[in-house]
Design a protein around this ligand. Structure first.
Ligand code: BF8
Length: 654
């Protein structure tokens, strides 16, 4: 490892380290190919940014007003007088507010798609009315009127409006999904802490307000606002986004197939990758691609229909519902384009890097943006809003056919690296496979399963590509841990073959036997990042069966390679629910930073007092029953998680 950050007690890999240490067999040849095309990749840009600013890394640079920026220490506060705890906490709150805005916008777009159907502006059907009725029962939307059953459209509209209200209402009042579905023990905990939120938007608004110049200067109070926001993040944005997707497109069902960069060489159709988070445009594209006129257009372009691939969370969505091969996560997107295999890349919102454009230009791949909040300079913009979806989808497929025609003869470089994979699970299918929550609890009690962990979130240039997730998963499986996964972590684990049944041989013997009986893979993909909802509901069912709280059970939320603000927000949400959180790289909270011992050697460091770090790594145990740990070395992280599970099991008498 070349880049050392003694202040954070950590290191970051350079390009050579990444290529040597990544478990991905596809990345090294693709990196070499990009270099041979004179196309820089994130590996080069990350090296060029070193050394990263340590003030930024530990969160003590304040850029929140126009007086600074101030670099704040205990002995050198900001111009306004803010000390490091206040600056670290306020900066972190703003990141979680950004995360809540991102998942909230995502939820809003999906709710609008439901309302477009229920209001007759878009053709249906709603394929997940079972989910709509399930929600209606919980949030008190009537299922009948005057003795007659209400129509699907009426029920779905009213459910969507309740979720919309939880997302957006401005006046104080209970969030209905939260009060319907969160365990009473948790609601009481939040009530006692006075962190019951108004809505996601209201808490984002208030978080930004509190972090303006001369506002909340009590960092503990700011920390409580972050917990309030984290609760709203989950119940007003994340869960509604996941449920709205199920109402629109139905619950996922288990699929199997192959994944990875090598899939880009399969098939002889017009090749499109969908990228982003909303499956709204992606679903419309899949539907339009079946139409005879579009198939004829593909044939006229010299192709045999259309081949679809998925990147980032859209990849997880389409894998879960349609078995579309996922290719890669956020850090692999430019490499996917560099293969030269893709005729079109269709993006909606979030996690779409501007770095893709030069690669797309070089390879003749057309990039289509479909959402106004996610435009790219040089891309074709084709709004795919409810009301115009089929037409927009046909136009996009037409553009892809044109690109295919233009690209005949383009040299491709697709590494023949694929992995067998399974996907399409949710809390219900997992429980059904085990025979119910009681049976799953019995396995946990007996120690056939030592604990449950969810490996989620992004990739980061700060650790070797996909290595932390893969190593950590293998170490946890060896220790008998039942793993669910979403997002870009899921891409890493899919690519490593850990979602295939054959990888059960990596599990502890009793976990392996339990998975074989249940017919489940060793690592269980449950969808996109917002579908962490499914893991949360799985764990809530388990806690209910055990008659205890989430905080008492051996559970861990793991973001081994955090990148996007959304990863921070999700970790805080699980923390607020009483689940311990492991971050695979120091995030601004908690960072137990260090300083050089006066007169000592360069690497002779001592810990610097950091009340915010102490709060999230210790004090939160007494208020929400969980804490955040930071451990970049995945082997050590697995050991720490296992130790925590052992302590929890002892406390439960298991
Ligand atoms: O919401 S895991 S890089 S793709 S933020 Fe983005 Fe992170 Fe990937 Fe999906 Ni989630």
């Amino acid at each position: 490892m070349r880049y050392r950050y003694p202040k954070l007690n950590t290191e970051m890999p350079d390009r050579a380290d990444v290529l040597r240490l990544t478990p991905s067999a596809a990345l090294p040849p693709l990196a070499e190919h990009m270099a041979s095309c004179n196309l820089p990749s994130y590996l080069d840009r990350s090296d060029a940014q070193q050394r990263l600013c340590s003030w930024g890394l530990d969160g003590t640079c304040c850029r929140r007003c126009l007086w600074g920026p101030c670099r704040v220490t205990d002995s050198n506060p900001g111009i306004c007088g803010a000390g490091p705890a206040q600056v670290v906490m306020g900066n972190h709150l703003r990141m979680v507010a950004a995360a809540a805005a991102a998942h909230g916008s995502h939820a809003r777009a999906r709710l609008e798609a439901i309302l477009a159907i229920t209001e007759g502006r878009e053709a249906g059907p709603l394929r997940g009315m079972d989910r709509a009725r399930w929600l209606a029962e919980r949030v008190d939307v009537p299922l009948s009127s005057g003795g007659a059953e209400r129509s699907d459209l009426d029920v779905a509209r009213d459910v969507a409006l309740v979720l919309y209200d939880d997302l957006s209402k401005a006046r104080p009042g209970p969030m209905r999904l939260l009060h319907a579905c969160a365990p009473p023990e948790r609601v009481e905990t939040w009530r006692e802490l006075d962190v019951l939120p108004t809505s996601t938007m209201a808490e984002v608004f208030e978080s930004l307000h509190r972090t303006t110049l001369g506002t909340d200067s009590d960092w503990r109070n700011t920390a409580l606002q972050e917990l309030r926001l984290a609760v709203a993040f989950f119940w007003g944005a994340v869960a509604p986004a996941s449920f709205a997707s199920e109402i629109l497109y139905g619950r996922p069902s288990p699929t199997s197939g192959e994944v990875g960069f090598g899939m880009l060489a399969r098939g002889s159709g017009v090749k499109l990758a969908v990228h982003g988070h909303l499956p709204v445009a992606a679903e419309a594209l899949l539907a339009a691609a079946e139409e005879p006129e579009m198939l004829a257009e593909a044939e006229a372009a010299g192709a045999d229909g259309f081949d679809f691939y998925g990147i980032c969370c859209s990849g997880q969505e389409l894998l879960a519902r349609h078995g579309v091969p996922s290719v890669t996560g956020i850090l692999g997107q430019e490499f996917a384009l560099a293969t030269g295999a893709l005729d079109a890349l269709v993006v909606d919102l979030q996690c779409v890097l501007p770095a893709i454009m030069p690669v797309a230009r070089e390879k003749g791949t057309i990039v289509v943006t479909t959402h106004d909040s996610n435009r790219l300079e040089g891309a074709v913009h084709m709004p795919a809003e409810p009301g115009t979806l089929p037409q927009a989808a046909r136009k996009i497929l037409g553009l892809a056919c044109d690109a295919h025609r233009r690209r005949v003869g383009t040299v491709t470089c697709v590494p023949s690296v694929t992995a067998p994979a399974r996907g399409g699970f949710d809390d219900e299918t997992i429980l059904e496979a085990f025979g119910g929550a009681g049976e799953l609890l019995a396995l946990l009690r007996r120690g056939d399963i030592t604990g449950l962990a969810t490996l989620v979130s992004c990739n980061t240039p700060k650790v070797p590509f996909e290595r932390s997730n893969v190593v950590l998963a293998k170490e946890l499986l060896r220790r008998g841990v039942l793993i669910t996964t979403t997002g870009c972590a899921a891409h890493a684990l899919l690519d490593a073959g850990l979602t295939a049944d054959a990888a059960r041989e990596l599990c502890a013997p009793r976990l392996r036997a339990a998975l074989e009986r249940a017919g489940l893979p060793p690592v269980i993909p449950v969808g996109a990042c917002v579908d962490n909802t499914r893991t949360m509901f799985l764990w809530l069912r388990l806690a209910e069966a055990a008659g205890t709280s989430l905080s008492a059970l051996p559970l861990f939320y793991v973001g081994a390679e955090p990148g996007n603000e959304k990863a921070l927000g999700m970790g805080m949400a699980f923390l607020a629910h009483g689940v311990n959180v492991l971050s695979g790289f120091p995030i601004p909270v908690p960072v137990p930073s260090a300083e050089q011992v006066p007169g000592g050697a360069a690497d002779d460091m001592r810990r610097v007092a950091n009340p915010v770090a102490d709060f999230f790594s210790g004090e939160t145990v007494s208020i929400v029953g969980a804490r955040i740990m930071v451990e970049p070395a995945p082997e050590l992280a697995a050991g720490a998680i296992h130790m925590d599970f052992r302590r929890k099991r002892w406390a439960l008498g298991w």
